[in-house]
Design a protein around this ligand. Structure first.
Ligand SMILES: [Cu+2]
Length: 677
């Protein structure tokens, strides 16, 4: 059911109660300082749990301006995960404020105005924001109240140096959190920037389990500090793609009706409207509003929480964007008109509110597979004192806002300078670079090519192998391979239960299991020595136009050394062999002049990416495609940094899990009569 169908009475109530809610919110924000002073995050139960007498600070207390010599805080968050719904009765008493700010307690999830089941943390989408200063400790109690559903949360961009067991990858760094159980994550926010948290279990991220993380530093030590006046929670932009059903409906996928995994809608900070192409009606839910004051420069922090293969593209009417950072790594600013981001990427930009006081459109278009259904969303940029709605007509998908210069075109065509775009490999880092990264040769080179392998019907459905598969939008069911291996998680996490996994479970290109058949299935792992310089070359052998797989590395940020397509324009589908031949001929241009830092990199379709990092964080780290439907069919590997002696002991009492396959006992009970003889 859509909001347009809600009863008139409910809509009236909605509006009246809404204005009352905003009045209360306004009064609350006016007395915010005194509120924070009396707020005690520790209720009685938490005091008992907090036996070490650490002073805990609330999310509001932690979202402060970061000052030099500021005292680090221990920031406490309670995340309750639930099965929930869009447009619940909670919407009769409130609607969420413009940007899910930290003080918002409204339990109404509006989505795009189409009712559906969702998963939520604290009944919000996006879930609660984590905003703290570098050096603070985040303590997050995750309470799993999702009946019959397990969960882990990953803190995307937080390096977890010294706390690998809180990285949130199920069956690699921890056991999944079962229903009814509370799991306490605690990590130090030691790398600044715009990050986000999301579920790492199955497809749950796509159903609503995500939210922002911002780790701030004092302006005087921020390389981007000189470019902005304001850096506020209200200017975090979380972009997400959106189904009107649970993501599991599309895995492995339908054969005929609603085939494929392209979502029909998308959201900006959890809000938007849906234009139904069949009924030609549009829902009436509120759009996100970003408020600015004429003459000020605002740091916006954009997070692409997309899950599908679609590319998010953001444009703001009448305003250029000064892009300053990606994935928490500052670069020398570039002025652009639009930014493309793929699942897992973050881009920070400065918006100069130097235009006539007014109300402007923010347009988000979803490209790639989403272009067929012209999936788009809007938000509002409003100057203080400007009218509620923009005066210009709403842009359309085909007649979109102009974008003379685009950041991150993702097409891999950036070996030469171009006037219409700036590519990631053209950005210049604005941070100190480890000289080891820039040495001519790394200590280790890892070559990873990925592709899909198609199943024939008899192989998939005619045996009792029960292979994991995905039904793509067209063509036969597929599995994904990296270096010929489809990744499979072990039955216990190797980080915390290394002795519970048979060694033959692990494999890689140099060490394949015997008799793999068409492809190998095992825990694809590359082992690297602590502190070694690792170069990873990732090659797209899928070769589908507009399908650029974003690869995310856990535990480390890396430097992008090369990102391109083959100089041989006649090659319609590249291979690892072709790229390595190019490399031997010196045709891979490795760039050592201020290569930008990132932790998520879209590999251009029919192209490749080379990056380097120093493996200075011992642990087991996932490197995977960030499209939510691809890791479940094997598009991931583990990078094991250091050995057991490099790791701190697993925290005491850490939950364990694994197979239970005891010896079989005879089912015949001893006969009592025969016993008496
Ligand atoms: Cu992928």
């Amino acid at each position: 059911m859509k909001t347009s169908n809600l009863s008139r009475f409910r809509r009236l109530l909605f509006r009246n109660v809404n204005s009352l809610f905003f009045s209360v919110l306004l009064i609350c924000s006016l007395i915010q300082c005194s509120c924070a002073a009396v707020q005690k995050p520790q209720n009685n139960k938490e005091k008992v749990l907090n036996a070490s007498n650490v002073v805990l600070s609330s999310s509001e207390e932690c979202a402060r301006e970061c000052r030099p010599n500021g005292k680090p805080k221990t920031c406490y968050y309670k995340f309750t995960a639930e099965l929930y719904t869009v447009l619940s009765e909670a919407c009769d008493i409130c609607t969420p404020s413009d940007n899910n700010t930290l003080h918002d307690s409204c339990q109404c999830v509006v989505g795009d105005g189409v009712e559906r089941a969702v998963l939520t943390i604290n009944r919000k989408i996006p879930g609660p924001s984590i905003r703290l200063c570098k050096g603070d400790t985040a303590v997050i109690d995750v309470v799993n109240k999702m009946e019959g559903t397990e969960l882990t949360l990953h803190w995307h961009g937080i390096l977890q140096n010294g706390s690998p067991w809180y990285d949130g990858v199920p069956m690699l760094t921890q056991c999944p959190i079962p229903h009814g159980v509370t799991f306490r994550y605690q990590w130090v926010a030691d790398n600044p920037g715009t990050h986000f948290w999301h579920a790492h279990t199955g497809l749950q991220k796509m159903d609503g389990l995500y939210g922002s993380i911002v780790v701030g530093v004092p302006r005087c030590v921020d390389p981007s500090g000189p470019y902005y006046d304001e850096d506020k929670p209200d200017h975090v932009i979380v972009l997400s793609d959106w189904f009107h059903e649970l993501a599991n409906e599309r895995f492995p996928g339908r054969q005929s009706v609603r085939r494929g995994q392209a979502p029909p809608s998308c959201l900006i900070n959890g809000k938007g409207r849906y234009e139904d192409p069949i009924t030609n009606t549009t829902t009436k839910t509120p759009l996100s509003v970003f408020t600015v004051k004429k003459g000020r420069k605002y740091r916006f922090r954009m997070i692409c929480a997309f899950c599908s293969v679609c590319i998010s593209q953001l444009v703001i009417e009448g305003h250029r964007m000064k892009a300053i950072a990606t994935d928490g790594e500052a670069f020398v600013p570039v002025d652009v008109d639009a930014i493309n981001a793929l699942s897992g990427e973050r881009y920070d930009f400065v918006l100069n509110a130097d235009q006539p006081v007014g109300t402007y459109w923010i347009q988000l278009r979803a490209l790639g597979e989403c272009s067929e259904n012209k999936v788009q969303q809007f938000a509002i940029l409003r100057y203080e004192g400007a009218p509620e709605k923009p005066t210009s007509p709403q842009p359309t998908y085909d007649n979109c806002l102009p974008m003379p210069v685009l950041l991150n075109p993702v097409d891999g065509l950036c070996e030469e300078p171009r006037t219409d775009a700036v590519c990631i490999n053209q950005l210049k880092s604005d941070e100190k670079i480890d000289p080891g990264i820039l040495a001519p040769n790394p200590d280790v080179r890892i070559y990873l090519s990925y592709k899909f392998s198609e199943f024939n019907t008899t192989r998939l459905y005619g045996t009792k192998e029960y292979e994991t598969f995905l039904i793509p939008p067209t063509g036969p069911p597929i599995v994904s391979l990296i270096d010929g291996i489809s990744y499979e998680f072990p039955s216990s996490p190797p980080l915390t239960q290394p002795k519970d996994i048979p060694p033959e479970q692990f494999c890689n290109g140099h060490n394949r299991p015997p008799d793999c058949g068409e492809f190998c299935k095992c825990t694809h792992t590359h082992h690297v020595k602590k502190n070694s310089i690792v170069e990873v070359m990732t090659v797209d052998e899928v070769g589908v136009a507009q399908l650029h797989h974003p690869f995310h590395l856990h535990g480390h940020a890396f430097r992008v050394i090369s990102m391109a397509r083959s100089p041989d324009k006649n090659i319609t589908k590249i291979s690892m062999k072709h790229v390595r031949d190019l490399d031997k001929k010196g045709l891979i241009r490795r760039r050592f002049d201020l290569p930008p830092g990132k932790d998520t990199i879209p590999v251009p379709s029919n192209g490749y990416v080379v990056f380097r990092f120093r493996a200075n964080n011992p642990g087991w780290w996932l490197y995977h495609c960030h499209f939510v439907y691809h890791p479940p069919i094997g598009m991931e590997i583990a990078i094991h940094v250091g050995n057991q002696s490099d790791l701190s002991p697993v925290p005491s009492g850490f939950p364990k899990c694994g197979n239970y396959i005891p010896p079989i006992r005879s089912s015949r009970r001893p006969d009592r009569k025969s016993q008496s003889h």
